[in-house]
Design a protein around this ligand. Structure first.
Ligand code: ATP
Ligand code: MG
Length: 652
């Protein structure tokens, strides 16, 4: 194995073909679609784009001047028309678009006809507030129905939304508003979070002290906490929106007009304002939502349990599902309120057929125990999806067996804010899956693996994941920072080669295994070892719920592996267990991968989107000043780990 390859060490032999019952009714049961798409990828995407309504057809499918791509050049369409009007016009106005469930247990049922009505009134309100084509609108809301409504209203009139996750601080909101000079802010009095009110408006006010571009603030009433309204600037949603005319014809947007800006989660550093456009984006999110989730719009109840504040929510709560006329569940709150079975109660209540969530949530469910899902009838589920981090094989198996009752395919989907839609994922009726592998690039998508020097790595082999061909929902830039766009993604390898920043390998069968962030790869005595594999080995031990490992500088071995471990409920944490776990890794992988130190911790530092922030653990392990912590969900976790790490015994 070459010195720059990442060593692949875990079990690649377990396979799960599509479950027989699932396959019977599946939309796509043959792998021929891959070859069809490969034979002419532009033609393939053009056929998918033609599934949408266009006011004017494109002249050119793809104009590729690396690193700048334009898709469906000259075509005109409107995203809100494609998500709403065309379904209502086709007679589906009474179909439920969202079963919305509030955290306190209140509910709203929103049909396609109602949503279209709400969106048009909201669009007219935006116009009244002086918002028009190309203007930026910041949105800082919890998971309330007004959130998809305002996004679609922006899309209808050609304004660009920038949704900021409702859990972010005033400073994070301020920076994002100022970065793109938003004209309007849409927020709420508050948001429900684990039974208490998080005052969005107070945070917004703090941010607004220093956001000169904002002219108005539109405030949704949700939690009824007292808020201050600034005269002339702040307006209640209920005073402005419901009285508007429910007719607002959609703007004819260019395929390449900006649809939205969205900042990355900040796992690796300062967030980037990713730019997404109209025609290509909608084409790819609709295609991937339909085929990866095997969507049957007449019978399915689809639930993506992410927050709309992340790209997962943009693409798979709002745009993909609505473009495909899905009926979705939208849930406002946390998975453990009022109790640890809330998700399973929701699945049973609405008869959810597809559930899409993140490994961090799945590991939390494992930690909380099997008795919670066992209380509910989960037999409506027919497919399970995951996104956000590499999924440990143990968590994948648990998801499949305990939640999916062994009858649901599990689709592990790799993609990024930058890619806009899924890139590497199984087709559930056609692809044989392996726990821990995202399988293959989707039809029409091309991905491969390079080594340090820019040579393609053969099969099997590991290195850096790259995308060597443009795709319709790709980012078109970083707002206001062209140089960073070029430097971050397009300068490492040759022209037109997108550097994803993730390590990956392909096994002998050509399956892709995502191995974690390139920056996190550890180098122990000349062996390049991925964080994902060591963590997965730890998680495969019955005592472990979650684990993070980092390489800290070591005089002898270059780097030594420091492990941070969260145990499952009821496990006693002691030196013997620590030793047992370190030995377990040595046995499962190799003595080289054995952690030099192992610290038990109640929690791991995570982004607000739930991803483990290894760079902070590395700072702790190397006793360095902590890097950027602004996107950290809970800053106290890091302090407590830091104190305990310094006190804990280390051996080499
Ligand atoms: P930032 O770019 O600001 O550091 P981020 O990368 O966490 O933040 P996102 O765009 O939300 O922001 O996350 C994309 C990343 O999440 C991918 O690059 C990858 O590291 C990880 N990821 C997402 N899905 C998967 C998956 N199925 N398997 C492995 N890793 C995944
Ligand atoms: Mg990223």
């Amino acid at each position: 194995m070459g010195s720059d390859a990442i060593e692949g060490l875990l079990d690649e032999s377990r396979t799960f073909p599509p479950p027989v019952e699932f396959k019977k009714g599946s939309l796509q049961t043959s792998a021929e679609i891959y070859d069809e798409a490969e034979a002419d990828f532009e033609g393939f995407w053009a056929r998918e784009a033609a599934e949408l309504d266009w006011y004017q057809e494109w002249d050119t499918i793809l104009d590729w001047q690396p690193p700048y791509a334009k898709w469906f050049v000259g075509g005109k369409l409107n995203v809100s028309h494609n998500c709403l009007d065309r379904h209502v016009e086709a007679g589906h106005g009474d179909q439920v678009a969202y079963h919305w469930e509030g955290e306190p247990g209140d509910t709203r049922t929103i049909t396609y006809a109602q949503l279209l009505d709400d969106v048009q009134r909201t669009a007219n309100a935006l116009k009244e507030l002086g918002v028009g084509r190309g203007d930026r609108v910041a949105v800082y809301l919890g998971m309330v129905p007004e959130l998809p409504t305002i996004m679609l209203a922006c899309a209808r009139i050609g304004a660009i939304h920038s949704v900021v996750f409702g859990g972010f601080s005033a400073a994070a909101l301020r920076d994002r508003i100022n970065d793109s000079e938003c004209k309007l802010l849409v927020t709420a009095d508050g948001a429900w979070r684990r039974g208490s009110v998080f005052s969005l408006k107070d945070n917004a006010d703090e941010a607004l002290a220093d956001t000169p571009s904002i002219e108005h603030v539109l405030v949704v009433k949700r939690t009824e906490n007292d808020v201050e309204m600034t005269d002339g600037r702040d307006l209640w949603w209920h005073d402005v929106v419901p009285g508007q005319d429910a007719d607002c014809p959609p703007e004819h947007m260019d395929s390449e007009d900006l649809l939205y800006l969205l900042y990355t989660s900040g796992t690796t550093g300062k967030p980037k304002g990713i730019m997404h456009t109209t025609g290509g984006y909608l084409t790819q999110v609709a295609f991937t939502h339909k085929y990866v989730f095997d969507l049957k719009p007449d019978s399915d109840v689809f639930w993506c349990a992410a927050d709309i504040g992340w790209v997962t929510g943009h693409s798979y709560i709002v745009y993909g599902p609505l473009a495909n006329r899905a009926t979705s569940v939208m849930y406002e709150g946390t998975p453990n309120h009022p109790a640890e079975d809330r998700f399973w109660a929701i699945v049973a209540k609405y008869g959810v057929t597809q559930l899409y969530t993140a490994p961090t949530a799945i590991r939390a469910f494992m930690k909380w125990g099997d008795e919670h899902p066992a209380k509910h009838d989960l037999s409506s589920l027919r497919l399970l999806g995951t996104v956000g981090e590499p999924i440990n094989p143990e968590a994948w198996m648990w998801y499949r067996e305990v939640i999916g009752g062994d009858r649901c395919p599990v689709v592990d989907t790799w993609w990024q804010t930058e890619t806009g839609g899924m890139m590497i994922a199984p087709l559930p009726g056609a692809t044989t899956t392996k726990p821990g592998s995202a399988t293959f690039p989707l039809p029409g998508i091309s991905a491969t693996i390079y080594d340090d020097r820019g040579n393609e790595v053969g099969v099997p082999g590991g290195g850096y994941l790259v995308l060597d061909r443009p795709w319709p929902s790709m980012l078109r830039g970083i707002w206001g920072d062209e140089q960073r766009f070029k430097d971050t993604y397009w300068s490492r390898y040759g022209e037109g080669i997108y550097f994803a920043g993730d390590g990956a390998k392909r096994d002998a069968d050509g399956y892709f295994w995502l191995l974690g962030r390139v920056d996190d790869v550890m180098n122990v005595s000349g062996h390049r070892i991925s964080t994902t594999e060591v963590e997965s080995a730890l998680v495969s031990h019955p005592a472990v719920a979650e684990a993070a490992v980092v390489g800290r500088a070591d005089a002898q071995t270059g780097q030594a592996i420091a492990a941070f471990v969260t145990t499952r409920g009821g496990v006693e944490e002691n030196e013997d267990l620590a030793k047992e776990l370190r030995d377990h890794v040595a046995k499962m992988i190799s003595p080289i991968a054995k952690p030099a130190s192992l610290l038990f911790t109640g929690d791991l530092p995570k982004t607000r989107s739930g991803k483990i922030m290894r760079r902070l653990l590395k700072d702790i392990a190397e006793d360095k000043q902590l890097g950027d912590t602004t996107t950290l969900a809970d800053a106290s976790v890091v302090d407590s780990i830091k104190n305990r790490y310094l006190d804990s015994p280390h051996d080499g």
